[in-house]
Design a protein around this ligand. Structure first.
Ligand code: ADP
Length: 390
């Protein structure tokens, strides 16, 4: 009988053992599952952070390049790849292989050694001309260990172009001002030197002085107009303007000049009403008709015509003079550009008239262009928003 409790005790022990093993196994497998879940979520979090970081770097307008402690590329953003027209994977490549510039490689090496931000301006080889500002800096860990180098590339091309345009403009203005001033000074000195005592010579010289003073005034007026148009200071007083009367007013103002050259002024505009600043519109038409008289032929004709076109009015000013060479058709709208410098000066031109026309038309939301068949006259066309017909 005493064997029964022992068997029962053994069975209970065995049951307890198996229950305990099962429990342990279940717990271990739950732990393994939990570990796998944590690892996966860490991995997901890292991948998400990396994707976010890449998206931020890729949306920057600056190029970014990160080098590891061995000087090999560990990261490059999209702008960098576009700036240097790189193809394929950059990770792991040497810097020189990526940028092909010893200047950049030297800058990166110096930044790594000196441990401060270094700046450098660089003109990239090849055409079109491109300029970069590069800032390089060492990347350092919290324990001051060097992790690598970061280079940030800013595109300076537009800034350089603006700087060059400004310098060219200043040089042009100085040149334009110097000529009439030199004439005024020269004639004044001659007058003071004795010519003033001969009244006929004195009158002739004074007329020349007056002509050059007028030229200076004209030039300065045009320069002020250009500068206020470019800085956006001029506010357009937009309202419906009937084109016909504006053209008639321009013709009346310029009739003496046209008559002196035997030029006929013809107005063939249909009734058109545009949305414009009446004074600025007068200035546009006045510059174009004045040019047509100046550069057209003696005893020729100047025709102003127009038509509605896609919700705009297209206005043309046509002459039958020698015209404009094809290669100059776009350039005539540049400041101080003249096809024939001597001819323009002799006609009292400042070289700014068409540039003013372009600014005014564009400020109205229109466009302006020229057509010409050399020897068969020139036509200047511009569009303005249309308010309808009369
Ligand atoms: P400018 O004061 O010299 O007339 P513009 O800007 O008005 O300056 O014109 C620029 C140049 O375009 C002129 O110097 C001239 O060479 C050319 N041009 C303008 N209009 C005409 C035209 N109707 N026929 C031929 N050439 C023209």
């Amino acid at each position: 009988m005493s064997i029964i409790p022992s068997v029962l005790a053994l069975a209970a022990l065995l049951a307890l053992h198996f229950w305990w093993r099962g429990k342990l196994r279940r717990e271990r497998s739950a732990q393994r599952a939990e570990l796998a879940r944590i690892t996966q979520s860490e991995h997901d979090a890292n991948a998400g952070a990396l994707a976010r970081q890449n998206a931020i770097f890729d949306s920057m307008i600056e190029g970014v390049l990160v080098l590891d402690e061995n000087g090999l590329v560990s990261f490059a953003n999209r702008t960098f790849a576009e700036m240097f027209a790189t193809v394929g994977i950059l990770r792991g490549k040497a810097l020189l292989e990526t940028v092909r510039s010893h200047e950049i490689a030297e800058l990166a090496a110096r930044a790594r050694v000196e441990g401060r931000v270094l700046g450098h301006e660089l003109k990239l080889p090849g055409e079109p001309e491109r300029w970069l500002q590069i800032n390089a800096s060492a990347v350092t860990a919290v324990d001051r260990r060097r992790l690598g180098t970061i280079l940030v590339f800013h595109d300076l091309t537009r800034l350089k172009q603006l700087e060059a345009t400004r310098q060219e403009f200043v040089a042009n203005v100085s040149h334009e001002l110097r000529t009439p001033l030199a004439m005024i000074k020269g004639y004044t000195e001659t007058l003071l030197g004795g010519a003033k005592d001969d009244s006929a010579t004195a009158a002739k010289f004074l007329q020349t002085v007056e002509r050059h003073a007028d030229r200076l005034t004209l030039l300065i007026e045009d320069l002020l107009t250009i500068s206020s148009l470019e800085s956006g200071q001029i506010k357009l007083n937009l309202q419906p303007v009937a084109l016909g009367p504006v053209v008639e007013k321009v013709f009346a103002d310029l009739k003496p000049r046209a008559d002196a050259k035997g030029v006929k002024l013809l107005n063939q505009l249909p009734p058109l009403v545009v949305t414009a600043d009446a004074n600025r519109l007068h200035q546009v038409l006045s510059n174009l008709v004045d040019n047509a008289i100046k550069y057209g032929r003696v005893a020729g004709s100047v025709l102003v015509a127009g038509r509605p076109s896609d919700g705009s009015a297209e206005i043309s000013v046509q002459d039958d003079g020698p015209g404009i060479p094809v290669e100059a058709l776009e350039r005539v709208f540049e400041r101080f550009y003249r096809v024939d410098k001597a001819r323009s000066r002799e006609q009292g031109g400042t070289g700014l008239g068409l540039s003013i026309v372009k600014h005014i038309v564009q400020a109205h939301g229109g466009k302006v262009w020229a057509r010409s068949e050399p020897g068969r006259g020139a036509t200047f066309l511009f569009t303005l928003p249309c308010s309808g017909g009369l």
